[in-house]
Design a protein around this ligand. Structure first.
Ligand code: PHE
Length: 341
């Protein structure tokens, strides 16, 4: 019986080393100490079969083994508890074989990408990027641009007015006025930014983006205007893009024109995007009206200039192949992710 106690204890100890968690420890305790059929209880019950003289000694050995087992169980229990709680705090154990988590890096909105491209094309052509306020005065948005109060051309613009006599600029042309009033010719500038009109459908948004160019110097001609528009469109779209000008009216230019580019999708042969005409309307242009020069303090007798303006959103729609302007402003990531930089 004495060797029994010794054997039970040593077997217990080696099993104890292999317990990995509290549950395994509980099972181990049951197997050795459970009253009904634990190894130790069975051994104690077996004492009655021993000769009376041997019983006290064997009983003592078994009781010592029991004490030892209880102590070891308590110690191990503590160790496991500390280990398990620190594991909970630091999350799951580190698995070095798991694939890494991909970092999502942001990207510029497709409109911003187009805007950057337009800016760099103009810088290449020697233009300076100018900015101006989005909340404008009547003077800068209309009056200085040859649209005095009561001028019928104001009806062309569905203007948002603010309190206190201001308005949300309806085009980027007021930036030309501000630039000319603060600098002397020669001037080569572009203004890019948000503009606002009360209009909303598949091809109009109450907020959209324009880019506008202005060149003022002595002897600037209509041919310069045409060459500049062509150079710009060929760089932004493709080198074989053709342009055409049609006579049109804008109060701040004379003569005025609208310009089209050959359809980038069908290269001019006719498709649904260009309504089978082979041409796509891009923007307005013309020679700066003498009344505009007078309003900003320039002498129309010594300087001349051209101006042209077009929609950045339109450029983006053509380049990205989308037909609903609203997609650009909904900020749906499923849409935006289709246009990585
Ligand atoms: N500012 C005009 C518009 O918004 C566009 C334009 C600019 C036309 C310059 C002619 C010259 O409609």
């Amino acid at each position: 019986m004495e060797t029994d106690a010794e054997q039970i204890r040593s077997e217990f100890e080696s099993e104890l080393l292999r317990t990995a968690n509290s549950q395994a420890l509980k099972d181990l305790r049951n197997r050795y100490l459970s009253r009904k059929n634990g190894r130790l209880s069975l051994a104690l019950r077996g004492l009655s079969k021993l000769p009376a003289a041997k019983r006290p000694h064997a009983g003592q050995a078994l009781n010592q083994a029991r004490q030892r087992i209880e102590t070891l169980l308590a110690e191990r229990q503590q160790d496991l508890e500390t280990h398990e709680s620190s594991q909970q705090q630091s999350g799951d154990p580190l698995d070095l074989t798991l694939p890494g988590r991909r970092l999502l890096i942001g990207q510029a909105h497709p409109l911003t990408q187009v805007r950057h491209q337009v800016e760099s094309v103009f810088r290449e052509l020697g233009y300076r990027i100018e900015t101006g306020p989005e909340i404008e005065t009547d003077f800068h948005n209309f009056e200085a641009l040859n649209m005095p109060e009561g001028h019928p051309a104001r009806d062309l613009q569905d203007t948002f007015f603010t309190e206190g006599g201001y308005l949300l600029r309806t085009h980027t042309s007021p930036v030309q006025v501000r630039t000319m009033m603060s600098r002397k010719p020669p001037i080569r500038m572009v203004a890019i930014g948000r503009v606002f009109r009360r209009d909303s459908d598949i091809s109009h948004s109450p907020m959209f983006h324009q880019v506008e160019g202005l060149a003022v110097d002595e002897r600037v001609t209509f041919a310069d205007l045409k060459g500049t528009i062509a150079a710009f469109c060929q760089r932004v779209f493709s080198p074989d893009t053709k342009i055409r000008l049609r006579p049109s009216y804008f109060p701040f230019v004379e003569p005025g024109a609208e310009f089209d580019i050959s359809c980038a999708l069908c290269s001019g042969s006719g498709c649904p995007t260009c309504k089978r005409s082979g041409w796509i309307e891009m923007g307005g242009a013309g020679m700066v009206h003498p009344a505009v020069f007078r309003a900003v303090g320039y002498d129309p007798g010594t300087v001349s200039g051209f101006a042209f303006g077009l929609g950045i959103d339109r450029i983006a729609m053509l380049k990205l192949g989308i037909n609903d302007i609203r997609l650009l402003f909904e900020n749906d990531l499923r849409f935006l992710r289709q246009f990585p930089q």
